[in-house]
Structure formats: C-alpha cells, structure tokens
Design a binder for this molecule. Structure first.
Ligand code: PLP
Length: 249
C-alpha cells in the first residue's frame, strides 16, 4: 500500500484538517502517516482556539515519518505559525525526491485565521519552491501574491504564472470561489500549459473540500500517477464525495 505523510492541524468539528485528510486517504486505499502542527477547537461557524504544537515536535514527527522510507508523497495543510513553517521546511529538506502537495491554508470558511501573517511570508519563501503542486483558491492566490482578487480567468492565470515564477513546479488554481456556473480548476504547469477540470457546483456547503482534493491528489502521486492524471482522479473523487449523502467525515 502506498503511503502519504499529511502535515497539518486537527479540526475538532471533524469537517476539515487531519480527520478529513485521513478519511480521504483511507478511502483511496492509501496509508496515512501524520505530523500534527496545531490543535484547533472549531465549529462549522467559528475558529474558537488554535494551539500550535512546539516546532521541534513538528519537525521530529516529520523526520521520523520520512525515516520509515514508506512515504511516497507529502501533503501540507494548516501550519499556524512562522516557526511551524520553518520546522516543516527543515523536516522535509532532506527528501527532495518526494512530491509535495502544498495547500496554502490561510483561513477557515468561517473566516478564522489559520496562518499568522509572518507565516505566510515564510511559506512563500521556504515552502512554495518545494511544492510539486500548489493548490490555492482565489483568495489564497491574492494573499500569496499581495494582490487583488482575480476577477476573471485571465487574471487568475496571470496570478498562477506569478506563483510558478516564485518556484512552485505546478499550480492548481481552484475556482470554487468564482462566479462561474461550474466549479472549474485550472492546472498550470507552464505559461501556456493549462489543463482544466470542471464539475457541477455543489450546493452541499460541506467544509473540507480543499483538504479532500489536495489529499486525493497526493494519494494519486503516491500511487505513481502523473500530476495531471492525479488531479483528474482527485476532482472526480471530490465531486462524488460532495454528491454523496453526508456521512461521518
Ligand atoms: N481547520 C483545519 C485544521 C484545516 O486544515 C482547514 C483547511 O485545510 C480548515 C479548518 C478550513 O476548512 P474549511 O475551509 O472547510 O473551513
């Protein structure tokens, strides 16, 4: 069985974060190894508290997971603080051959902050150049670049190119926040290399869609799929999950 190391925070509501990551990987017959960065108390409507774990502990979880030799892909989610970003960058540094899916988690759907401002700068400088795939939504693109929200696909693709220029090898621009009839994600691997993945919009309002998609992509990469095939399979997986009646996680 292939294995993915998930690095991220726990969400007590079970809607997002590590609970969602592990549920996704389990459904995709992928073993989850796990490095917890922060514990949060959340409801669907609010982030009540965030307790980052000590950075040396975060680094040690990562180093020991990678030392098993079983990890075929890494998925990074909530990081909470600058020091955690630095600990993660240090922890994965010796494993340049392992693909990294970086979900730049900045805030919950409720609006609560999940990464401090100094952490965002460090993520851009230290982790973005290590990303095999960066998976920002429209607000995350704008925050990473310090620009206004993209108002059109052309503007979003321009922002995607700027993120490639910062060092990400590929960017999946998630269109969930766009005012388009379908939810379309754009996979950008070069200035003129775009592949689109569309699905009907879901009215489920379910949380954890970003975690689910990024983890499903990481599972595909761990299983040896090439990036575009991993994204296509993950988009189908997400659409089916959103269509299914809500079951635990
Ligand atoms: N909480 C944690 C721990 C997360 O990792 C994430 C997203 O990755 C969220 C909350 C945000 O999820 P949502 O946007 O579905 O509220």
């Amino acid at each position: 069985m292939s294995a993915v190391l998930v690095i991220g925070g726990s969400d007590s509501s079970g809607g997002a974060g590590l609970v969602r990551d592990i549920a996704t990987l389990t459904e995709l017959s992928t073993q989850a190894l796990c490095a917890v960065t922060a514990v949060t108390a959340q409801t669907d409507g609010a982030v009540l508290s965030v307790y980052p774990l000590p950075p040396p502990l975060v680094r040690e979880q990562i180093v020991s997971a990678l030392a098993t030799g079983r990890v075929r892909a890494i998925k990074i989610g909530m990081l909470a603080t600058l020091d955690t970003v630095l600990a993660v960058a240090e922890g994965i540094a010796a494993h340049a051959a392992v693909p990294v899916v970086l979900d730049p988690v900045l805030a919950a759907s409720s609006g609560g902050t999940l990464l401090e401002a100094a952490g965002l700068v460090a993520l851009r400088q230290q982790l973005l150049p290590r990303a095999t795939l960066l998976t920002p939504n429209i607000p995350e693109c704008a925050a990473l670049l310090g620009t206004a929200l993209a108002r059109s696909e052309t503007e979003l693709l321009q922002q995607g190119c700027a993120l490639l220029a910062l060092g990400a090898r590929a960017v999946l621009l998630k269109g969930g926040h766009a005012a388009t009839p379908e939810a379309t994600d754009l996979l950008l691997t070069g200035a003129d290399a775009v592949r689109r993945f569309s699905a009907p919009r879901s009215a489920s309002g379910r949380r954890g869609t970003g975690c689910t998609l990024a983890c499903a992509i990481a599972a595909g990469l761990a299983a040896g799929l090439e990036l575009s095939a991993a994204c296509a399979r993950a988009k189908d997986y997400l659409s089916n999950w959103l269509r299914a009646p809500a079951t635990p996680n």
